[in-house]
Design a binder for this molecule. Structure first.
Ligand SMILES: [Zn+2]
Length: 355
């Protein structure tokens, strides 16, 4: 299609966003619900561009933005306790309460493909932090049954499995514990993806070594461009790519550049860096909308302005196939490799593989 009448790429970007499968690996709207009673089923007005803190998404606006699938983060305070899993169960119930006409649970690849065909939205959960397991692997079967796409090994605290790059008990030395390695194997067996966003450098490398399925970094950034312990160094990026996994680049200017007010161009720098280091097939979307990110790029109001990112990427020379990969096809490839056609989470086949 190329440049449009205005000399830009807006029309092509708009067409791409409408036609493509769009999967956002990390949306924190459940956090808004938990802390502020925010109702994801209602349409909210967009705030100022680059608005602070929250209200980047709700179900009506994700539908309007042509999202195909959103993984909603489930979280609890950063310490291990029996209350953690109960809280996660409550949050699974919140996710289930959002299922309505046009909104389905993404338990298998076909659910997402159907949502795409029908112009609907498939949602699923991603659990942030193994601390909520409180040292138990047995709760994971319930997570699989209820549509958990991934589990992040650590969030903002050291736990029985892994150490975060940033947060309580952080360090840059510890790898996974014995429990952490067992956890990765159990997640593999259940078809729940292993997420290393938030995990420290050695933990990322070890998770990639232990996992026999592609590894995700759902909402992350590149340390070579801005050195934050929240990001991935080149070794980590290569290791994730070697597993066949994908990295979702976070939409938080602070983690991308150290500034709260920055252009979407900075986000594109991180996307291109990963693509040039390991290939476009390893890039994904992991906005962290509605999370602890303070601001989003100033050209964007909310999830509906994904088209701005795509327009600027086209202008920088990214190909249509590369962009489709980033928008969702790369995650679909990972899902097909893990769950296969017709196979869903909690499937007996996958349980039989467990150690
Ligand atoms: Zn997070």
């Amino acid at each position: 299609m190329g440049k449009d009448f205005s000399g830009g790429y807006f029309l092509e970007a708009q067409a791409l966003c409408c036609e493509a499968i769009v999967v956002d690996l990390h949306v924190d709207v459940i956090l808004q619900r938990r802390l502020f009673g925010y109702d994801p089923l209602k349409r909210h007005r967009a705030g100022w561009r680059g608005q602070p803190l929250f209200w980047h998404t709700d179900i009506p606006r994700m539908l309007e933005a042509s999202y195909t699938c959103a993984a909603l983060g489930l979280h609890y305070w950063p310490w291990e306790s029996v209350r953690g899993w109960r809280e996660i169960q409550r949050q699974f119930a919140v996710v289930e309460s959002l299922l309505s006409s046009g909104v389905c649970l993404a338990r298998c690849v076909e659910d997402i493909e159907r949502a795409h065909r029908e112009g609907g939205l498939a949602i699923c959960a991603g659990i942030e932090g193994a601390h909520v397991l409180n040292g138990s692997l047995s709760v994971l079967e319930e997570a699989a049954e209820r549509g958990c796409l991934y589990l992040t090994l650590a969030h903002f605290s050291k736990n029985a499995a892994a150490t975060p790059g940033m947060g309580r008990g952080q360090d840059q030395r510890s790898g996974l514990t014995e429990f952490g390695r067992a956890l990765v194997r159990r997640l593999n067996a259940l078809g729940i993806l292993v997420d290393v966003a938030h995990v420290n450098g050695p933990g990322v490398l070890e998770a990639c070594e232990v996992s026999n399925a592609p590894v995700l970094a759902t909402h992350t950034c590149v340390r070579a461009l801005f050195d934050t312990p929240r990001g991935l160094n080149d070794d980590a990026i290569r290791s994730i790519a070697q597993t066949g996994g994908v990295m979702g680049v976070i939409f938080a200017p602070y983690f991308l550049s150290g500034r709260l007010w920055a252009s979407v161009d900075i986000l594109i720098d991180h996307i291109f860096y990963i693509a040039e280091l390991v290939g476009w097939e390893h890039v994904a979307l992991g906005t962290d909308f509605d999370g602890w990110i303070a601001t989003i790029p100033y050209e964007m109001r909310d999830c509906r302005d994904l088209v701005v990112l795509v327009e600027r990427m086209l202008a920088r020379g990214a190909g249509e196939l590369s962009i489709r990969g980033m928008l969702g096809e790369n995650v679909m490839r990972v899902l097909r490799s893990v769950r296969g056609e017709g196979r869903y989470l909690g499937d007996q086949d996958s349980l039989e593989d467990s150690p």
